[in-house]
Design a protein around this ligand. Structure first.
Ligand SMILES: [Zn+2]
Length: 419
């Protein structure tokens, strides 16, 4: 697993209410001891021994949680108009992405999975400590047929302004099985940690509609096999329709992104196979701006109603859910707003926190190292002054996250508690 620089020595975080990401109830007045980047003890506060060496960080009146995992972001989608981006020097584009990495970390996300658009140089920069940001897992590019959701080309063969940016990976356009094999192996050679496919069309891509067919069930099966050739890599599928979700689940994908039209049959299939749903409700439920044409607006409202109903039924039936925001489509740095959305869709607050920590880490295949505050795991911690169980919506507000620890290193400390 890609690491981040580790804090050496021993630090004790004392007095916070601990929500560890796995237990059903919090631990009041807790103690978390971190040694060389790894949690050594997490539980009720103990009496201080005379020889207790190391730093002590007092956290009474706060809540301590695992660092969050956002399993669906697009950090290369930055908040600047495409025309402006076309005039940028390459380094302006890179530094803009670095600013979004930092904003995401500040929001409490210590691990993020980028599902299209980010190249491995960013992952290495975070790993080496050159850039501050979430530990990154990358799909690099997304796979779809020509004319599908991954295809940026306009009918006349030119690229729209948003697709002309320095450092963008090549689009993953695949039609034949040979294309699939070559593209997946190239992505793995380049350093992909996960493979993302589009089994339906999308909205926002130039020449397809959500109802269009994407990668087929047979090709998903082939991709899953290729993804396991050299180590195991999770395969996830963008799927807006029920048929697309079914193709992905039957083909063996470990998770479904969006899933706004799931039938009860497909929901049962997901439960049987343990397929995780990443509903990206932040993006589904985002404000519809006044610039959106009335017909498009009605379409969006229909998708919202159908999508929310689909996700509610999936959650009620017991489909495992992981936190993903599709940030980039919505602003970066507000990732934890998704927690309140998940609660709206039927998860209890403590289960929403688990969706954003342990479940996400397991989905990425790193659950043995991150995603909970228990002895032996890497010390990724988030401290907030808002009670997540009483008012989970506050975690998404700017400034609610006061401290972020990554691999034992205090990377954000607004109250200078660790000074
Ligand atoms: Zn996305």
């Amino acid at each position: 697993m890609p690491l981040t620089p580790i804090a050496e020595g021993r630090t004790t975080f004392r007095g916070a209410t601990l929500i560890d990401g796995v237990a059903a109830t919090p631990v009041p007045d807790s103690e978390v001891v971190v040694r060389d980047g790894v949690v050594e003890y997490a539980g009720p506060r103990r009496a201080l021994a005379a020889d207790d060496a190391g730093r002590i960080v007092e956290l009474s009146g706060t809540w301590l949680m695992p660092g969050f995992v956002d399993v669906h972001v697009h950090l290369a989608m930055v908040p600047a108009p495409p025309e402006q981006q076309r005039a940028w020097f390459p380094e302006e584009a890179v530094l803009e992405v670095a600013a979004q990495l930092r904003a995401t970390l500040e929001a409490g996300v210590t691990t993020a999975r980028d599902l299209d658009g980010l190249t491995p140089g960013y992952r290495l920069a975070v790993q080496n400590g050159t850039a501050i940001g979430p530990r990154l897992h990358l799909a690099i590019a997304m796979l779809s047929p020509t004319g599908g959701h991954a295809d940026p080309f306009l009918p006349n063969g030119s690229l729209p302004a948003w697709a002309v940016r320095a450092g963008m990976p090549e689009p993953g356009l695949v039609d034949t099985d040979d294309d699939v094999v070559r593209t997946v192996r190239r992505l793995i050679r380049m350093g992909a940690d996960a493979i993302k496919v589009s089994t339906s069309g999308g909205s926002g891509s130039p020449t397809d509609e959500p109802e269009d067919v994407g990668i087929t069930e047979e090709q998903v099966r082939l991709i899953c096999r290729l993804a396991d050739e050299r180590g195991r890599r999770p395969v996830t599928a963008h799927a807006l329709t029920d048929a697309a979700a079914r193709a992905a689940v039957l083909g063996g994908a470990g998770s479904i992104e969006h899933g706004y039209d799931l039938s009860d049959d497909t929901i049962q299939l997901m439960i049987d196979r343990g397929t995780v749903l990443v509903p990206t409700l932040s993006t589904l439920m985002r404000e519809i701006g006044p610039q959106v044409a009335p017909e498009r607006r009605r379409e969006r409202e229909r998708m919202r109603a159908r999508g929310m109903d689909s996700v509610r039924r999936a959650i009620a039936a017991g489909v495992p859910v992981a936190l993903g925001t599709d940030a980039g489509v919505v602003p970066h740095g507000a990732n934890l707003r998704e927690l309140a959305r998940l609660v709206d869709a039927g998860l209890a607050p403590i289960r929403a926190i688990r969706a954003g920590t342990a479940v996400g880490a397991d989905l990425l295949g790193i659950g043995d190292r991150v995603g909970s505050v228990v002895a032996g795991k890497m010390a990724d911690l988030v401290v907030t002054d808002a009670d997540p169980l009483a008012s989970i919506e506050r975690l998404g507000e700017p400034g609610a996250v006061r401290m972020v620890v990554q691999s034992g290193r205090v990377v954000i400390d607004h109250d200078r508690r660790s000074a």
